[in-house]
Write a protein that binds this ligand. Structure first.
Ligand code: FUL
Length: 513
């Protein structure tokens, strides 16, 4: 195919996608009957009497998430077991028939109210797969689902995201997978909540493809439109309740959007990646996982590869049987928020910026502030250079870079250099920048920093180029730890492939997809 870069850079985000990307880090709350039974995937037949949190406090959840730095919250209003956390008119399998508040509770309302109180956005997870509904597998299910969606989109204020899970194990119930009416689902969401992004099995936000917290080294926002394919997403999603299987496949080397890949296609979309991952091994609370919460180092690693690598982070934190976040989770969230605040406490003040001649209105100084103005050079070039001179020498250990995505994602390769008394030391080599790139490097004393963009789709539009002082030791993996992690992944990848083969055989035997 004969494309040129202009075919790619004409692809830009919608307003709703921009608002979502701006949020960076959101949380998911998995809560429901599974919390009380210890299941990950309830079978849809569990007695509603089990749902009886004695001191549920959604303010406590939302406060803890806010402290960590999350900007929005997505609640599992209905998981695969079909149990609804709101008193829906569509089914009896809901909170209204549980002992909780003698059937007068509405957990969706409580969470959305708490979000409003603490200034977080609220989003919904409404599982397409439903193991309770008698309609599942028939065309009637689509009407039923639409009614549930409509209730959620009309009664709980502004919704920032509808998360459509591709996971389905209907073969376990001897049923074929439902053919969902996605066009109707999207149309309803657009009509009732035009600002909401549709994530995962939706057109706005791309599932990164695993649930272990791994992103690609180069995550592109512009990808071939074939990447948005609900069947494909469902096929790659969980098909068994052993969540650990989803934590494996390491996509870091996968290439979805380089020029080489794009050149094979002729239709492209803006489709940013989202990394969904749980703070615990399971999505739901299990007491025996209290000691298995991800370490701060691990969470920071996920943060820097997702938020710091042009992706979104969706961190699941599940409440316990009392209806509270356990102290272990609260503490970890607090540590996370505290360290992030410290890491980004001291942007280095700049006294001078030097760059190639700028396009009118796109002065180089624009990339040193934190608004959405940007720098753009006037003419296309082989290398674009921007040099910052600090007010005084500082010890730095990270640089934050952002492209102004109204002009698409353009930068394909760059390097950073620290300067001190006229000498230059290379401190970082990178590929994409996109919405946000956090470049971490070993601490170095510098009186300035230089960015050289060596590959770019036409001229760059640089919104931010800010160096940060080293304020705290960033929890990072050592080289040996990285080696062990990689080895582990390889081993798990192998066992997952064997597992998938076995699953395929079982499904073939059962005659289901
Ligand atoms: C998966 C589901 O099967 C898990 O139970 C969880 O809800 C996760 C967010 O998505 O695919």
């Amino acid at each position: 195919m004969k494309n040129n870069v202009y075919d790619y850079i004409k692809i830009t985000p919608s307003e709703r996608q921009k608002a979502y990307q701006e949020m960076g880090f959101n949380a998911m709350i998995s809560y429901g009957l599974n919390t009380f039974t210890g299941d990950e995937w309830g079978n849809g037949k569990v007695s509603l009497d089990v749902f009886n949190p004695t001191c549920q406090d959604t303010d406590q959840w939302i406060k803890a998430l806010k402290v960590a730095g999350a900007k929005g919250v997505i609640l599992t209003c209905k998981h695969h077991d079909g149990f609804c956390l709101w008193p829906t008119k569509t089914t009896e399998y809901s909170v209204k028939n549980t002992p909780y508040k003698k059937g007068n509770g509405d957990v969706v309302k409580e969470v959305s109210d708490s979000c409003q109180k603490f200034g977080l956005k609220f989003g919904i997870y409404l599982s397409p797969w439903d193991r309770n509904s008698e309609y599942y597998g028939t065309p009637k299910y689509n009407d039923f689902y639409m009614e549930q969606l409509t209730e959620l989109l009309t009664n709980y204020g502004e919704i920032f995201c509808v998360w459509l899970d591709g996971a389905c194990g209907s073969y376990m119930d001897g049923k074929p997978a439902q053919k969902y009416d996605f066009p109707r689902i999207y149309e309803t969401i657009r009509k009732l909540q035009p600002n909401a992004c549709i994530s995962n099995c939706g057109p706005d936000v791309r599932w990164v493809g695993n649930e272990g917290g791994f992103a690609r080294e180069s995550e592109w926002n512009v990808v071939p439109s074939v990447q948005f394919n609900t069947q494909d997403i469902a096929d790659k999603s969980q098909q068994d309740d052993d969540g650990s299987k989803m934590q494996i496949s390491d996509p870091s080397k996968e290439d979805l959007g380089s020029r080489k890949v794009l050149s094979n296609y002729n239709e492209f979309i803006w489709y940013p990646a989202e990394v969904d991952v749980s703070i615990r091994p399971g999505w739901y609370y299990h007491k025996n996982q209290d000691s298995k919460i991800r370490s701060l180092k691990n969470l920071m690693n996920i943060y820097f590869t997702s938020v710091g690598g042009n992706s979104l982070l969706l961190l699941n934190v599940p409440p316990n049987k009392n209806g509270l976040y356990s102290p272990q989770d609260v503490d970890r969230l607090k540590e996370m928020g505290e360290i992030l605040n410290k890491i980004f406490a001291d942007p280095v003040s700049v006294k001078d910026v030097d760059a190639d001649e700028f396009e009118n209105g796109f002065d180089a100084i624009n990339c040193t502030n934190q608004d959405d103005t940007c720098y753009a050079p006037k003419a296309e070039n082989d290398v674009y250079t921007v040099s910052l001179k600090f007010v005084e020498p500082k010890t730095i250990d990270k640089v934050v870079l952002k492209e102004q995505c109204d002009f698409s994602q353009r930068v394909e390769r760059f390097s950073l250099f620290a300067t001190l008394n006229g000498t230059q030391t290379k401190i970082y080599d990178g590929t994409i920048i996109g919405y946000k790139k956090i470049a971490l490097f070993d601490e170095i004393k510098a009186d300035g920093v230089v960015l050289k963009i060596t590959e770019c789709r036409s001229t760059p539009y640089l919104e931010q180029f800010i160096a940060y002082e080293k304020t705290v030791e960033i929890p990072k993996y050592s080289k040996i730890e990285i080696f062990v992690i990689k080895l582990n992944k390889k081993f798990k990848d192998f066992s997952t492939r064997q597992w998938i083969k076995r699953q395929e055989k079982i499904k073939k035997k059962l005659g289901t997809k």
